[in-house]
Design a protein around this ligand. Sequence first.
Ligand code: PGA
Length: 249
Amino acid sequence: MDRKKYCAANWKMNKTPHDSVEYILEFQKKALDNHKVQIVICPPAVSLTAMISEIHRNTIELGGQNMHFENNGAFTGEISADMLVSSGAKWVILGHSERRHVFGESDEMINQKIKQALQSNLKPIFCVGEKIEDRESGNTGQVLAAQLTLGLKDISENDFQNIVIAYEPVWAIGTGLTATTTQVDDAHSVIRELLSKQGYESESTSILYGGSVKSDNAGELNSINGVDGFLIGGAALNVEEYYKIYQSF
Ligand code: PGA
């Protein structure tokens, strides 16, 4: 199955609009002609408009890192799906472990956000992943099952086709610890199985890996059959490092 590949960057709370523009200008000097690989950069939302007007390569798209599940109203400090779209985003990261564990987002909330994003034609990068205690107690499968069932509740097969899944074991995010190729391979197979049990055409679903991806482990991770690309945090903040990861495809 020829699934679409993604080299996605999650900048988290890094780079001002000025720094973001400098980055994108520098990055676009590179050869970015692999049309099988979609580059998705998710900067802080305040950088989106400045960046989109500088992007002239159709292999690069932008995304938000979060959004509210309502589309407008009295939600001080929040950003809606429509606002992201009108600022140039085509994607939004939802269910990231920092949103789940630092900001207390529940699976139900994530489900509402996914639905709202889809309604606004914003494609979700839906993150799932277990904590170290889940893995050590042998509960990885159950955790992934719960996150996928609740997060995708009432989402039709048609809508599901616009979703990309990112497997991000919480213990590997920003820690320098990468899951082994066997752990990644197993988790991606489990996710694909769970999705097909939920009635989705999972063979055509792109599943990304995220968690301390760097240029020196990207090649090995990319050789795993079930891995359709990456969601990269820290290593994507540097143009050269991100480009090296892109070249591993
Ligand atoms: P990391 O972050 O690459 O810095 O581990 C990945 C992520 O949080 O998506």
